[in-house]
Design a binder for this molecule. Structure first.
Ligand SMILES: [Zn+2]
Ligand SMILES: [Zn+2]
Length: 110
């Protein structure tokens, strides 16, 4: 969804001068380029994925609690560091990330 730069209302796609543009329904503001907004949305998603990757690559795993009942799917070692992470919308339950204490294999529980 694209919002107006001027009044923050939802913008709709409309044909102007033969080109599809985003037009504000309230104040009539026309955004300069539809593709500019599309790129912005992509960047946001990439940034979000980066955040997850950074957390997964965290080398200071010792700060997290260990669940001794968790069995590593890779090396069958019992015991894994675990932590909860909100990955998507705030109203969805957080994802549980696990990291094997032995081989450092990382996986998720849903
Ligand atoms: Zn507007
Ligand atoms: Zn393991």
């Amino acid at each position: 969804m694209i919002f107006c730069d001027k009044c923050s209302n939802l913008m709709i796609s409309e044909k102007r001068d033969g080109k599809l543009k985003n037009v504000c329904r309230k104040c009539g503001y026309v955004s300069r380029d539809k593709n500019v907004h599309a790129t912005n949305i992509l960047e946001k998603i990439e940034t979000r994925n980066d955040k997850i990757n950074i957390i997964l690559e965290d080398t200071t795993l010792e700060q997290y609690p260990i669940d001794k009942k968790m069995v590593c799917p890779k090396c069958d070692n019992k015991g894994a560091y675990w932590y909860m992470q909100q990955t998507r919308a705030a109203d969805e339950p957080p994802t549980m990330f696990l990291c094997c204490t032995k081989c450092k294999h990382k996986w998720r529980e849903y």
